[in-house]
Ligand binder design. Structure first.
Ligand SMILES: NC(=O)c1ccc[n+]([C@@H]2O[C@H](COP(=O)([O-])OP(=O)(O)OC[C@H]3O[C@@H](n4cnc5c(N)ncnc54)[C@H](O)[C@@H]3O)[C@@H](O)[C@H]2O)c1
Length: 280
């Protein structure tokens, strides 16, 4: 049976078919052609089945977000499906899940590969969204280093001394990677994506209850409980709350918003930055 006889549907691409990404697709992608990429066939099959049974038009592809060639193939396939209007990047690993090196390769360099690849194919008027993290606000990077990061190609990021010398633990690697995501999107908004007249922004979520977050809850120490207790709203959030903001940033009402980050953390960073809560 053909559910939708419309042709030339707008294409929306998600790299990282996990909890937050799927919530964004459910909130925003109905009536569009969806391409899901992930390194896990199991995740792809599960999400594809859920979405298909809810009437979404979905295709999947195995992609390794740490591999430039794999992402380039993904972007090539996406453009063969039609006008790529939306790109959403949620592929990532948290500190309890991976080594510092892997976090830098996936959360930082891999995100750069995706921004580079989709910056070649986005349709005019399109929009991209990178899911960063509140941790991108936790480890200030000196201004000169940020300028170096902004002036470096994606493949050069791993050679920046501040990054290699500071990212010796998974936690600090994650903080750096997520701050670099803000800079990567800002730079793309002003260069490659601008040339295609497409927008790109980041969202920095706080504690969102997903399997990835559960791995952090189960880590030693009380950091997460303290963050919840010290935040203004005193709770975690669900992926649906991020999806709501994502739909706004991807959609036409955000047409004047590009190159920026939206922090959605229940006030954790406000508590830290104002000195009301000492993270360490
Ligand atoms: N959950 C939170 O509290 C939280 C908070 C802030 C930021 N984030 C960030 O949000 C993003 C999404 O997190 P989530 O909670 O939905 O996690 P999730 O684990 O549900 O989703 C991540 C997805 O990325 C995929 N992935 C991992 N490595 C990959 C690779 N090499 N290539 C392709 N895909 C790969 C995984 O298979 C998974 O489907 C991550 O970048 C995470 O760091 C999460």
């Amino acid at each position: 049976m053909i559910f939708d006889r419309n042709e030339n549907k707008e294409v929306i691409v998600l790299l990282g078919a996990g909890s937050m990404g799927t919530a964004i697709i459910r909130r925003f992608a109905h009536g569009r052609k969806i391409l899901l990429g992930d390194i896990s066939q199991k995740n792809l099959d599960k999400v594809c089945q859920e979405l298909t049974y809810s009437g979404y038009d979905v295709e999947t592809m195995i992609v390794d977000a740490t591999d430039r060639d794999s992402i380039n193939e993904f972007a090539k396939h996406a453009s063969s499906l039609g006008k790529v209007m939306y790109y959403v990047h949620t592929a990532g690993a948290s500190p309890s899940q991976a080594s510092p090196e892997h976090i830098l390769k996936l959360d930082m360099v891999g995100t750069g590969y995706a921004i580079d690849a989709f910056g070649q194919i986005m349709a005019e008027g399109g929009a991209g969204l990178i899911i960063s993290s509140q941790t991108g606000y936790m480890l200030p990077i000196p201004y000169e280093v940020e300028q170096t990061i902004l002036n470096s190609a994606t493949d050069e990021l791993m050679n920046i001394p501040f990054i290699t010398e500071t990212a010796t633990r998974s936690g600090t690697a994650y903080m750096i990677a997520k701050r670099v995501n803000h800079l990567q999107a800002m730079k793309a908004a002003a260069t490659t994506w601008k040339e295609r007249r497409a927008r790109i922004n980041t969202i920095s979520p706080g504690i969102i209850v997903t399997p990835l977050a559960y791995d952090e809850f189960n880590a030693p120490g009380n950091t997460y409980q303290n963050m919840i207790d010290q935040s203004a709203v005193r709770r975690t959030a669900s992926s649906d709350e991020i999806a709501e903001a994502a739909a706004f940033l991807l959609g036409e009402h955000a047409g004047f918003i590009t190159g920026t980050d939206l922090l959605i953390d229940g006030g954790v960073i406000a508590s830290i930055r104002s000195g009301a809560y000492n993270l360490h």
